[in-house]
Design a protein around this ligand. Structure first.
Ligand code: FMN
Length: 323
């Protein structure tokens, strides 16, 4: 559903071309300092406008609607809203020609034609601005744990400029791999059986549109390693290991080393190149030439979203341990 988490509980709302998007966060402890300026850095990192990203520009000034008084969280639900100031009504498609790879077809069928299809509606990457905002609060809750992320490759290439130039020239899109790392975690976060750290991280990560794969530590590589190669030798009582093939998790529980995982971000469904689709009215084959604004490479905008998603899970797990 649109709600995630046990104690630090988020509910996401909005559509790409509706009036706004945002998030409601329940369970934030009282007394956490919070002001508009806290959101600027992370929200800015998610923003489009740079090479390979959408030219759509939303002001993305956070509107703190509730849950903050005199600069501190009150303990009541926090509602954070972002107006869709960058939407362009000329980009509105008819909704009758579903974009291959997007949610246009599935949402049209599932919601009986009532889904807001404009710019991908509720399935748009635009909604991740709310996730990033909740991440700002989650990062405060898990302090001193720090989360970092970096793009490893795009379009199978480590030369980002070259990969982007090629894709832009071809009016096509490319995917990428992004790595995320949480540093300074205690031993013991994660709950059996279904709330293992891998389960919860994967759950939220696969909620981010366009994420198609995840691996923790040596991940798929571990299937080809011997136990003697893959086992992380424990060096001391704090759990420090010589290697980190486990990605910081054993038995679904953090082991005191860095939590490390990588995700595969698919290539953007919307492309400038002509594609084939169907006319939903007639069921007949149709050609699709998109004129809207879209990211050439979504992976470029994913790092801060991944950090937020990770912080949200870790904040919830931290609060579960305390209860
Ligand atoms: C930050 C971000 C930006 C995105 N930008 C676009 C875009 O410009 N055009 C597009 O077609 N899809 C974009 N997407 C991806 C679609 O929302 C996604 O592919 C679609 O909802 C279908 O979901 P799925 O790929 O998870 O199956 C973006 C996703 C994210 C996370």
């Amino acid at each position: 559903m649109n709600t995630f988490g046990r104690i630090f509980r988020i509910s996401i709302f909005g559509e790409s071309h509706g009036s706004s998007v945002g998030i409601i966060i329940d369970g934030t402890p009282p007394g956490i300092p919070l002001s508009d300026s806290d959101f600027v850095n992370d929200i800015d990192r998610r923003r489009g406008g740079k090479k390979g990203t959408t030219p759509r520009k939303d002001a993305d000034n956070v509107i703190i609607k509730s849950g903050v008084f005199n600069g501190k969280s009150t303990g009541a639900p926090i509602c954070l809203e972002f107006e869709n100031s960058g939407k362009n009504s000329e980009d509105y498609e008819s909704g009758l020609f579903p974009r291959p790879g997007h949610a246009d077809f599935t949402s049209h069928i599932k919601y009986g034609g009532y889904a807001d299809y404009r710019g991908g509606g509720h399935f748009s990457g635009r909604l991740t601005v709310g996730l990033v905002a909740a991440g700002v609060i989650a990062k405060k809750i898990i302090n001193p744990v720090k989360i970092e992320s970096e793009i490893i490759e795009i379009g199978g290439n480590r030369d980002f400029d070259k990969a982007l130039d090629e894709a832009i020239q071809l009016k096509d899109s490319i995917g990428g791999i992004v790595e995320c790392r949480a540093i300074g975690l205690p031993v013991g976060l994660g709950e059996p059986f279904f709330d293992s750290v891998e389960s919860l991280i994967s759950h939220i990560v696969f909620s981010i549109p366009a994420i198609k794969g995840i691996e923790f530590g040596s991940g798929f590589g571990s299937a080809r390693m011997k136990g003697s190669e893959n086992n992380d030798i424990i060096l001391n009582k704090s759990g420090k290991t010589a290697t980190n093939n486990a990605g910081g998790i054993n038995g679904g529980i953090t082991n005191g080393n860095d939590l490390v995982f990588r995700v595969a971000v698919k290539s953007t469904p919307s492309i400038g190149k002509e594609q084939s689709t169907i006319d939903l009215n007639t069921g007949k084959k149709a050609s699709l030439q998109l004129a809207g604004r879209f990211d050439t490479c979504i992976a470029l905008r994913v790092p801060v979203v991944l950090e937020a998603a990770t912080a949200i899970v870790l904040a919830d797990l931290k609060m579960l341990v305390k209860k």
